[in-house]
Design a protein around this ligand. Structure first.
Ligand SMILES: CC(C)(COP(=O)(O)OP(=O)(O)OC[C@H]1O[C@@H](n2cnc3c(N)ncnc32)[C@H](O)[C@@H]1OP(=O)(O)O)[C@@H](O)C(=O)NCCC(=O)NCCS
Length: 217
């Protein structure tokens, strides 16, 4: 009986997206130490909270193990009913952040949500826009996704600027309890018609992933 590779057993691990000097691949155990290092170095102003769940607020001594628990849950959790592709972004081989693509019942809704973070020392250089453009091209052109949503608190201008630059359209606002205070969040939706593409992407492993996630051939 021929043995299977891990990528054949678990197709998310076979996905690789290249866009210029950026590469995106699904989070694996071996990436955790580098990612935790970036989070401890800083991924946002400590006075701000860009995330729905304030996971970066955990005490420094608890955050690393929390991240391993989170990584284990998302690693095991991929299914057509609940998909969470946490794509590790590398620039010229160095881990710099995460570009996530997530959704519930995606084979039915054909809708996924983007979310991302990048180590703070590299903010403002266009990397956030490029990684978002790359994941949207993956979703529309290779995974059969028809709509991509995103949301950002109104006090997160860089996230909103990236959404606008990539062609997302405003899609309503809502109030959220953020660390015990009300905070207003802007929702966005992107469809292929308004998508502002970036660099050409090269993709490996999308066909097997698409089948694995119930998204058809
Ligand atoms: C959101 C994030 C991934 C963007 O990455 P980035 O590499 O800094 O983004 P880019 O350099 O591609 O673009 C940033 C845009 O924000 C704009 N911007 C930054 N600060 C701004 C401000 N205070 N007011 C208005 N625009 C601002 C920049 O001008 C740029 O827009 P432009 O390309 O039109 O000039 C990064 O800032 C990050 O990791 N933030 C912390 C985590 C986070 O907020 N995640 C999103 C949660 S919804």
């Amino acid at each position: 009986m021929p043995s299977l590779t891990l990528e054949e057993i678990w197709p998310p691990f076979g996905l690789r997206v290249e866009a210029g000097d950026l590469t995106l691949s699904v989070l694996r155990e071996g990436d955790v130490a580098a990612l935790v290092g970036l989070v401890l170095e800083g991924i946002h102003d400590p006075d701000d909270m860009p995330f729905l769940f304030p996971w970066t607020r955990a005490p420094r001594e608890e955050l690393p193990a929390n991240y391993v628990r989170y990584a284990g849950r998302v690693l095991a959790g991929q299914s057509p009913e609940s998909t969470s592709l946490q794509l590790v972004v590398r620039r010229a081989g160095e881990v710099v952040g995460i570009q996530a693509l997530e959704g519930e019942d995606v084979p039915v809704t054909r809708t996924m949500e983007t979310g991302s973070w990048l180590v703070r020392r590299l903010h403002g250089q266009g990397i956030g826009t490029r990684m978002r453009q790359a994941v949207c091209a993956l979703a529309f052109d290779h995974l059969g996704i028809e709509r991509i949503t995103s949301s950002a608190y109104l006090d997160n201008p860089s996230s909103m600027a990236v959404s606008r630059a990539v062609g997302y359209q405003p899609n309503g606002r809502r109030w959220i309890a953020r660390e015990g205070e009300p905070a207003e969040q802007q929702s966005y939706v992107l469809t292929p018609g308004t998508f502002r593409r970036g660099e050409e992407i090269r993709v490996e492993g999308a066909a097997a992933l698409r089948e694995f996630l119930g998204l058809g051939g």
